[in-house]
Each structure stands twice: as C-alpha cells, then as structure tokens.
Design a binder for this molecule. Structure first.
Ligand code: HEC
Ligand code: HEC
Length: 331
C-alpha cells in the first residue's frame, strides 16, 4: 500500500478544483492584522499566512482570513475537511488551553490524545520555535469566534484503519524543534527554518520512498503530488535539473510574484501560484533573502521528478480514468 500518496497528496489544497465545496459562509470576516496590533500578534498573523494555515482553514475563493475551516481536501484516501480553529467554544477550539494548541502543533495530537492525519502538516510545524507557536496561538485567540461546525472527514476504506496513522508516525514523524547548525550562517539557519518548519517547501519538493519517507539523499531535488500527477520541480543548485541558474534576486522575485527568470509565470490555477499569492509573498524581504541563501547552498542534484516511475504510472492511470469519467479527472 503506497503510504506515499497518503502523505504528499494532501499538502496542497484545491481551490481551483471544480468540485470544491464551500462550507456556509462564516458571519464574521476578520482583518489580517487588527489595528494597534502588538508585535506578537503581528508575528502570529504573518505566520498564519506564511505557514499556509490560511490555505486550508479559511474558505476558498475568499481572502478573508477567518478561521472557520472550509477547504475540502480531496485525496485518493478520501476527502478531508480542515476544521474550525476559531475561538468558538462549541465549533472551534475555544475551550483549548495554549498547551493543547502546542501539543497539536508539536505532537500532532488532539487534547483527547487522538492522532491527527498528516493532511495537517504537523511533521513540519513540530519544528517551529516555542516563540512562533506562542505567536500563532495569540493570533488565533484574538480572532472572533465563528459558529461554523467542522465537517467529519470522509475517509475511504481501508485507510481509516487505526493502525495506519500509527504506522506512518513511527516511520516518518520526528517530533521536536529544529536545532541551529553552528557551522552555518544566520541566513542559512533562518532559511532552513522557513523552508522546513514554516512553509514546508521540502515536503513538496523532495521525492519519497514507497513508504512515504522523504528521501534525504535527494533533499529538495523535486517531488510530486501523485494524486494529481503534478510534478514539483528540483530546487537544488543544479544548473539544468535545478534552479542553479537563478540568482538570489530571481528566487525572491518568484516567491513574491510567481514570475520566473525565463519570463514565464506559474499558472494561476497551480498550487504553487496560489501559495505564492496567499502565503509566501507575505514573508518579509529579509526572510525571502534567507530562503534564497539556503536554496543556493543546496548541492547540485540531477534528479528529475518528471522521470519518476511513480508519477508516470499515476499519469497513465489518471488518463484511463479520464476516458471513463471526465467529471472525476481532477481528484
Ligand atoms: C494542508 C492543509 C492544512 C494546513 C496548511 C494547516 N492545517 Fe490545520 N488541519 C488541517 C486538517 C485536515 C486538520 C484535521 C486533522 C485531523 O482531523 O486529523 C487540521 C487540524 C488542525 C488543528 C486541530 C483542530 C481540532 O479541532 O482538533 C489545529 C489547531 C490546526 N489544524 C491549526 C493549524 C495551524 C495553526 C496551521 C498553520 C500553522 C494549520 N493548521 C495548517 C489542515 C491543514
Ligand atoms: C504544496 C506543494 C508546494 C509547496 C509547499 C511549495 N511548492 Fe514550490 N512548487 C510546487 C509546484 C507544483 C511547482 C510547479 C509550478 C510551476 O513551476 O509553475 C512549484 C514550483 C516552484 C519553483 C519554480 C521552479 C522552476 O524550476 O520553475 C520554485 C523556485 C519553488 N517552487 C520554490 C518553493 C519554495 C521556496 C517553497 C517554500 C517557501 C515552495 N516552493 C513550496 C509545489 C509546492
């Protein structure tokens, strides 16, 4: 059973998918940063965007950053719904303590001990600093309660089996904040933190083994969303296979605008363009610079995700499905 699909297929959301369903609109739209916000609140508001929470917990087709949940996240394992994480006591996390929140982010467990599905990318957020988790909590707490009930996931058999999550966690989940690498510069360390703990670029841009484990040997050398057979390009400094020909300024511009140095722009319907718009362009210029420094320091790797057997097989399968049932082609 390819657990690999289980993990990767859901890190992107599907705003553009034709069957995205909207939950009922929440009553209260929330400004990105309330007026007179203090530094911690502002930091939390920025993280809510740069760590992509907005992409899943705020409804599609809507830039308002309220927390009523909303995305349906169709995967080959079923459909997941990002829950309401507003301070509503009944429908959201209004009864939670800060310790409950930190446990969810750091351990991937609910207050009652339930393990979360990795559609909630806590394998990245576990690496965040205590300060950043605190800032996110302050931000969430400061938002108006939204009374939209969360929807139960619709998980296809046999993936709902209780053992599945435990298996995945024992193989792939390593709990704990990132440690500084004293041999590297401040920019490099900051860049790695943003790439791994906050914006989880590595989760999409690294290939995985059949068991769903990130292949460290090809770190950042390209990945795929097998559910849709989308390829995530190689980001190492290889001049042809990767982005070695891009300058630091090219990387920064791309993360702000989705424009590439060759004059093309990522398709607005593409997950990366959506993330640039909703999330990555909200990094500070200093942080974008740090990401560029960190990517520039990745050794050249000629790995080509387009040539990946897994992707090719999945494309053939989707093409066959397409012939049978055009309606279902985007899943
Ligand atoms: C790719 C989509 C995605 C992203 C990005 C994401 N989440 Fe979630 N989140 C989910 C899903 C799906 C669940 C439900 C997981 C489950 O039920 O096992 C969830 C669950 C949660 C929960 C637990 C809620 C509960 O009622 O138990 C919290 C808290 C949470 N997310 C906060 C965040 C924060 C904060 C961020 C950004 C730092 C974030 N999430 C980013 C999809 C996402
Ligand atoms: C949800 C999955 C996902 C995440 C997370 C993600 N990317 Fe991407 N990225 C993609 C996809 C898909 C493409 C292909 C789109 C295209 O090339 O137009 C892409 C394209 C790119 C490109 C263009 C490369 C080229 O050769 O054209 C760069 C650079 C990039 N991503 C950097 C990043 C960085 C840096 C991060 C983290 C801040 C990141 N990505 C996070 C999915 C992702």
């Amino acid at each position: 059973m390819p657990i690999v699909w289980f993990v990767v297929s859901m890190l992107g959301c599907a705003r553009h998918a034709p069957h995205v369903e909207r939950l009922p609109d929440a009553a209260v739209p929330v400004p990105a940063v309330p007026e007179g916000a203090d530094a911690v609140l502002e930091r939390g508001a920025r993280l809510y965007r740069t760590a992509s929470c907005v992409g899943c917990h705020s409804p599609p087709f809507d830039d308002a950053t309220h927390l009523g949940g909303g995305r349906d996240l169709p995967t080959i394992f079923g459909v997941f719904y990002a829950p309401n994480i507003s301070p509503d006591a009944e429908n959201g996390i209004g009864t939670w303590t800060e310790a409950d929140f930190v446990r969810a982010m750091r351990d991937g467990r609910a207050p009652d001990g339930r393990r979360y599905w990795p559609t909630f990318p806590y394998m990245a957020y576990t690496k965040m600093t205590d300060d950043d988790l605190h800032a996110l909590w302050v931000y969430l707490e400061a938002q108006p309660a939204v009374a939209t009930p969360s929807r139960p996931h619709e998980i296809r058999a046999p993936y709902g089996m209780p053992g599945m999550l435990g298996l995945w966690r024992s193989l792939a989940f390593r709990r704990g904040a990132l440690e500084e690498n004293a041999e590297q510069s401040g920019d490099w360390n900051r860049g790695r933190y943003l790439v791994e703990a906050v914006s989880y670029c590595d989760q999409c841009h690294t290939p995985r083994s059949a068991l769903g484990l990130v292949k460290r040997r090809h770190y950042l050398a390209g990945g795929a969303n097998p559910a849709k057979a989308d390829v995530h390009p190689n980001l190492t400094s290889h001049p042809d296979a990767g982005i070695g020909a891009w300058s630091g300024a090219d990387i920064v511009r791309y993360l702000q605008t989705a424009q590439k140095p060759d004059g093309t722009t990522s398709d607005a319907k593409d997950i990366m363009a959506e993330k640039v718009h909703d999330s990555f362009s909200h990094h500070t210029p200093a942080d974008l610079h740090a990401i560029a420094v960190y990517l520039g320091a990745q050794p050249a790797d000629a790995f080509d995700p387009e040539a990946w057997g897994l992707v090719k097989r999945r494309r053939r399968k989707l093409a066959r499905q397409d012939d049978r049932d055009p309606e279902d082609a985007d899943r």
